[in-house]
Design a protein around this ligand. Structure first.
Ligand SMILES: [Zn+2]
Length: 249
């Protein structure tokens, strides 16, 4: 079983051929992450439309300046009302690469904590974004030891016991290659972050490229692809629950 735990196929770059993109990845369970209110709604539509697409809902820290406090509270309520139809809270986290303003960084932290509280309340896992914000991300996550966490886009050598997802950019990211070599197979999941983080940064990335990720992990870990795929799908079952692959065949 193949899983893409983090992507954005609601993005408008897929508007002309989304059916084909999802069709090409029939054997992949695709978890789409909403990044703002419009993207969350689109994510729910896609999860209703395609049997191999599941919804993750969140508010992306990069867009914090666009999120008023009222919008944040309304969106949290909207997500809460869809509790039974989502598999994780995402995309959430901290982004200090795009957001330099101290006041907005403080607002990101508050938003992140609200989302982690929501995940705790709904008993859902989280898939986090952290860019140039490793220390603050890990400090905040430590306040929620009961949560199940996947670190998306995380290349540090120490995963602090959380699962780490691996994207096609592993072909060109040396830190990520080192991390995958160091970590136990049991710590790894696969993602594409489509349309970003492709093997070639100039190309539009898509969920079928999970196959390329499995290939690279197998090569780095000196195992065959079948073995790598099996271990990662078992990690997904352990993390998301027994029924996570029930819609893929
Ligand atoms: Zn993302």
């Amino acid at each position: 079983m193949l899983i893409d735990v983090h992507c954005h196929i609601d993005d408008q770059v897929f508007d002309n051929d989304r059916d084909q993109v999802v069709g090409r990845a029939k054997q992949v369970l695709i978890l789409n992450a909403g990044v703002d209110p419009a993207s969350n709604r689109k994510t729910m539509e896609l999860a209703d439309k395609y049997r191999n697409v599941k919804a993750c809902l969140g508010l992306h820290p990069e867009f914090i300046a666009k999120f008023t406090d009222d919008l944040i509270d309304n969106e949290i309520n909207w997500i809460r009302n869809r509790e039974k139809r989502i598999v994780a809270i995402s995309e959430i986290g901290l982004d200090y690469y795009w957001v330099k303003d101290e006041n907005q960084r403080e607002r990101q932290k508050k938003l992140f904590m609200k989302m982690l509280k929501l995940a705790d309340e709904l008993n859902l896992p989280v898939i986090t974004h952290s860019r140039d914000a490793t220390d603050d991300t890990l400090t905040i996550l430590r306040e929620f030891p009961q949560l199940k966490v996947v670190l998306h886009g995380f290349s540090e050598p120490d995963n602090k016991g959380y699962l780490v997802s691996v994207a096609p950019n592993i072909y060109r990211n040396k830190a990520k290659q080192r991390q995958v070599k160091e970590l136990a197979m049991e710590s790894l999941l696969t993602e594409t972050d489509s349309p970003l983080l492709g093997v070639d940064p100039k190309e539009r990335n898509e969920p079928i490229n999970i196959l390329r990720v499995i290939e690279k992990i197998a090569q780095l870990k000196n195992m065959n692809k079948e073995e790598a795929e099996k271990t990662i799908s078992m990690n997904a079952v352990r993390f998301f629950g027994d029924t996570i692959f029930s819609s893929v065949h």
